[in-house]
Design a binder for this molecule. Structure first.
Ligand code: NAD
Length: 351
């Protein structure tokens, strides 16, 4: 056994189909009596249904959550929170809505209950990414990590299959990077492998039968594990590259992760062969190629060009990607990154 440091992340998790029915008791457990319910415009009806279910425990809904947590939306949500006399927040949705709840909590320390409905994993991290004047910045603070998370697979049966696929690959990327993280430890690695396995097994079933509650439960379980390791381990090439591409070309979050994962895994496969071995074993022994085959088989987006970025943009992205050095198993070189990006742009199988 190698020496290691392990820090457990606080947080309460309620995992059960139908667990949204327990939202009221969880709000009270947090000491709340007036919760502001958050959602995106798309999930407004769900937020309103939750408000009706909560009765007097709800202080109302705020349904303007948006991708990348724009600070002007947070300002409006803070005003709604104060005007409603709220004393906690309930974020019902994926990373965008959870980001808004975190942004509020970072500013006023509101207790947070999250009801997570995608596989992005934000609900169990202390990371907040927000945008101001188009510039994205990231903060970490213990106040940001939600106190309680409800995972109710019934709420995910309506997550469209393409979104389910991209979101699951986004989660798998957390696990792959956690395995070779400089601060990896036996517990996070165990969670990462279990998370990858659960998602690998569940995703083809979800594609076949999107309302299969067992497959949806397994995927949600996998996404929780992958989220925990995202919040515990330092991410490297994959997340930095997605951040650069997403920020520079305004690309959709989960799809960018889904396209890049096989390529970033292949880039690091040899340098981190030992740490990645259990993950490679789940995908036929060759992690990059195996992940690419898996992604293709479940209908994932495969090529950056399909997201509207041009081939010439790849050189600019490679320049940006090598600007700020960070720890990664294999040395980050401009030529290596450009080759990776060109393959991801074309949707070619990694070699
Ligand atoms: P999202 O939250 O933007 O959701 C995408 C769309 O799907 C939204 O319209 C949403 O309302 C809808 N949706 C969500 N769940 C649904 C369901 N079950 N059924 C039907 N529709 C549903 O997508 P996401 O990928 O979860 O989150 C992306 C955002 O989260 C990005 O801004 C990203 O930066 C952030 N993120 C942050 C962290 C972190 O730790 N800070 C981690 C992962 C992602």
């Amino acid at each position: 056994m190698e020496p290691f440091v392990y820090t457990a992340s606080p947080g309460r998790v309620i995992f059960a189909p139908g667990a949204i029915a327990r939202a009221g008791e969880e709000i009270e457990r947090l000491g709340g009596s007036h919760a502001l319910i958050l959602s995106t415009p798309f999930q407004k009806a769900d937020a309103e249904a939750l408000t009706n279910r909560l009765g007097g425990l709800s202080a109302g809904v705020f349904t303007e959550a948006a991708m990348h947590t724009p600070v002007e939306v947070t300002a409006r949500a803070m005003a709604a929170y104060d005007a409603a006399g709220a004393d906690c927040v309930v974020a019902l949705g994926g990373g965008s809505t959870i980001g808004l709840g975190k942004a509020i909590a970072w500013r006023n320390d509101a207790p947070q209950l999250v009801i997570a409905t995608t596989y992005a994993g934000s609900e169990v991290t202390d990371i907040l990414g927000q945008t101001e004047n188009g510039v994205k910045s990231t903060v970490r603070d213990p106040k940001i990590r939600p106190e309680t998370v409800i995972y109710d697979a019934e709420l995910t049966t309506g997550l469209p299959v393409p979104m389910s696929v991209s979101s699951a690959l986004n989660a798998m990327a957390h696990a792959v990077e956690a395995l070779y993280a400089t601060d990896a430890n036996p517990i996070t690695s165990m969670m990462a492998v279990a998370g990858l396995r659960a998602l690998r097994d569940a995703l083809p079933q979800i594609v076949e039968a999107p309302k299969d509650i067992e497959a949806r439960s397994d995927a949600l379980y996998g996404s929780w594990l992958c989220g925990v390791v995202l919040g515990s381990c330092a991410m490297a090439l994959h997340h930095k590259l997605c951040h650069t591409l997403g920020g520079t070309f305004d690309l959709p979050h989960a799809e960018t992760h889904a396209i890049l994962l096989p390529h970033t895994a292949a880039y690091n496969a040899e340098a981190a062969a030992g740490q990645l071995a259990p993950a490679a074993a789940l995908f036929g022994g060759d992690l990059g190629g195996g992940l690419w085959d898996f992604a293709k088989s479940v209908g994932a987006p495969m090529a950056l060009m399909d997201l509207g970025v041009s081939e010439t943009d790849m050189a600019h992205a490679a320049d940006l990607a090598v600007k700020n050095p960070y720890a990664n198993p294999r040395e980050i070189t401009r030529d290596g990154i450009l080759e990776l990006l060109n393959r991801a742009h074309a949707g070619a199988r990694p070699t």
